[in-house]
Ligand binder design. Structure first.
Ligand code: PDD
Length: 291
């Protein structure tokens, strides 16, 4: 039976219950994180905890635990799962209170964590690439906060699910932002490009790893606004996230991207990413790209 964590206690999933007046349930009033775990070693945990701290601060929810406590609880949750590679999900809501939009005065944040098997894209998909569609980015203007209010992302992702595609790539006012649950890179004439980090995209931890690997290996890299037409004319398109890692998009709205196969820079980055993961696993906590 899957063991989960709720407000300081480890218990079977079936026994984890939250009151219906929890503001996470009523308002989607909370933030979350997803951390990939390889061979029971969390990948870039400090970076995920730093992003959680930023999300909590941005929405005015007090952080219920110190970094040390978070690390300890996450390690204990990971140790309790029978599988090696995991996706640890954790969320903090503003807590339980009588329904009122304004913040309650005395609510205690609710903390829930679970860990599921981490399932990276199948080898055949990495080899052949995936399909994506596009849509207008109609989410709110604070996409840098990892909010549990995901209705916008959910509706956008459903569009690609119905089109048998892995992602929905988003444009706001004609410019690339990100995808429904991943960041986006494009390659044109040998240069890797991505939108700069701002309030319109989630600052992805995988995005950072890709950027560091590109820099460490001398691959040309540019952060700038990317017009929709440039995305459609790109040689390569990649999506990145903790669960997708780096995945090539080879069809966009049923049009071939480049020659319709994962490109050379994707292959290089994919290899670098896998090598880096293995190095991290061997090295335990040492996680900088230069080691
Ligand atoms: N999604 N952009 C959005 C909107 C996301 O939801 C995610 C992650 C990312 C990539 O972030 P990272 O590299 O830190 O995983 C970008 C997670 C995995 C999820 O919601 O399940």
């Amino acid at each position: 039976m899957n063991t989960v964590f709720l407000n300081g206690a480890f218990l079977p999933l079936e026994e984890a219950k939250v009151p219906v007046l929890d503001r996470g349930f009523i308002f989607g009033d909370g933030v979350y994180e997803v951390v990939p775990v390889y061979s029971k070693v969390p990948f870039r945990l400090d970076e995920h905890l730093a992003r959680l701290e930023r999300s909590l601060a941005a929405v005015g929810i007090g952080n219920p635990y110190t970094r040390e406590q978070w690390r300890g609880y996450i390690a204990a949750l990971v140790a309790r799962q029978p599988f090696e590679d995991q996706a640890v999900y954790f969320q903090v809501t503003r807590g339980v209170a009588k329904r009122d939009h304004a913040f309650p005065k005395h609510a205690q944040p609710t903390v829930f964590m679970m860990s599921n098997p981490l399932v990276p894209p199948p080898a055949a998909q990495v080899e052949s690439g995936a399909a994506a569609i596009t849509a207008r980015d109609n989410r709110w203007l604070r996409c840098d906060i990892k909010s549990i209010s995901l209705i916008g992302n959910v509706l956008l992702r459903q569009l690609s699910a119905e089109a048998d595609a892995v992602e929905t790539i988003l444009f706001r006012e004609g410019k690339l932002t990100e995808a429904s649950s991943s960041n986006v890179f494009v390659v044109k004439d040998g240069t890797i490009q991505s939108p700069p980090k701002n309030e319109l995209i989630l600052p992805g931890i995988t995005y950072d790893v890709v950027v560091e690997l590109a820099r460490a290996n001398g691959l040309p890299l540019e952060f700038r606004d990317i017009a929709e037409a440039e995305v459609r004319a790109a040689d390569e398109i990649w999506v990145t996230s903790s669960s997708k890692e780096v995945l090539a998009v080879v069809r966009l709205d049923a049009q071939a991207v480049g020659d319709g196969r994962p490109g050379p820079l994707f292959r290089q980055m994919y290899r670098l990413y896998q090598d880096f993961k293995r190095k991290v696993m061997r090295a335990g906590r040492r996680e900088s790209v230069s080691v």
